[in-house]
Design a protein around this ligand. Structure first.
Ligand code: GRF
Length: 217
């Protein structure tokens, strides 16, 4: 059984959709994986409630309580290790991880980002996409590399930006894509269909190339 530990910082809607997909598709049977624990770096967030409601260990490692990033990450590692993680899924985790932490879990950390990387890393992606006037926008799941919101891309889901669309509407449409994309990619990785090899994404021939980029009408 592969253990997945999810790191979150807030609302937890991607966590919720991951848990719902795992239950619906019976991941314990196939591919033999389960979310084993959830860790948040912020107290009192909805994502922790979602974890508890699902009967999962819901651990708080409040970054505000640590003097340095290294101290925070040491505590984060201590919170994660007892759950023997095979993979870490950053499901709306809004802290930058140091290269040392990333190296420790090399090739085993997935992140979901609300833009078509490498465009618009960082925050406020939907506003910046609208300001730039892009006609296509979306979401990316990638292996975490040493830089923020960078690393080998696993798959993307895209949509056409509607003329006059506002930030709220665009954010809601991208979030719906995220809720489908993240569980699909986690399932691939947990099932060994997608791996990081020599810094590149290696894909099983069982993956339909059309699933690597889905474009909503
Ligand atoms: C998502 O848009 C995710 O892509 C980004 O942070 C947001 C988290 O939302 N990294 P939620 O906590 O999963 O609802």
């Amino acid at each position: 059984m592969k253990n997945i530990v999810c790191l979150i910082s807030g609302r937890g809607s991607n966590l919720e959709s991951l848990l719902a997909t795992q239950a619906r598709e019976d991941w314990v049977r196939d591919p033999g994986a389960r979310v084993a624990a959830v860790v948040s770096n912020r107290p009192g967030v909805r994502g922790l409630e979602i974890a508890r409601a699902a009967g999962l260990p819901a651990v708080l490692v409040d970054h505000a309580g640590f003097a340095s990033r290294e101290d925070f990450e040491a505590a984060l590692a201590r919170a994660i290790e007892p759950h023997a993680p095979d993979f870490l899924v950053l499901a709306g985790f809004l802290r930058v991880l140091t290269p040392a932490f990333v190296r420790r879990f090399e090739g085993r950390i997935l992140n979901i980002h609300p833009s078509l990387l490498p465009s618009f890393p960082g925050l406020a992606t939907h506003r910046r996409a609208l300001e730039a006037g892009v006609r296509v926008h979306g979401t990316t799941v990638h292996f975490v590399g040493a830089e923020l919101d960078a690393g080998p891309i696993i798959a993307q889901s895209a949509l056409r930006v509607a003329p006059g669309e506002d930030e709220e509407a665009l954010a809601a449409r991208v979030l719906a894509l995220e809720h489908e994309l993240l569980p699909r990619c986690v399932r691939w990785v947990a099932g060994g269909l997608v791996r990081l090899e020599g810094g590149r994404v290696a894909l099983s021939p069982r993956i339909d190339p059309r699933d690597l980029l889905r474009l909503d009408p």
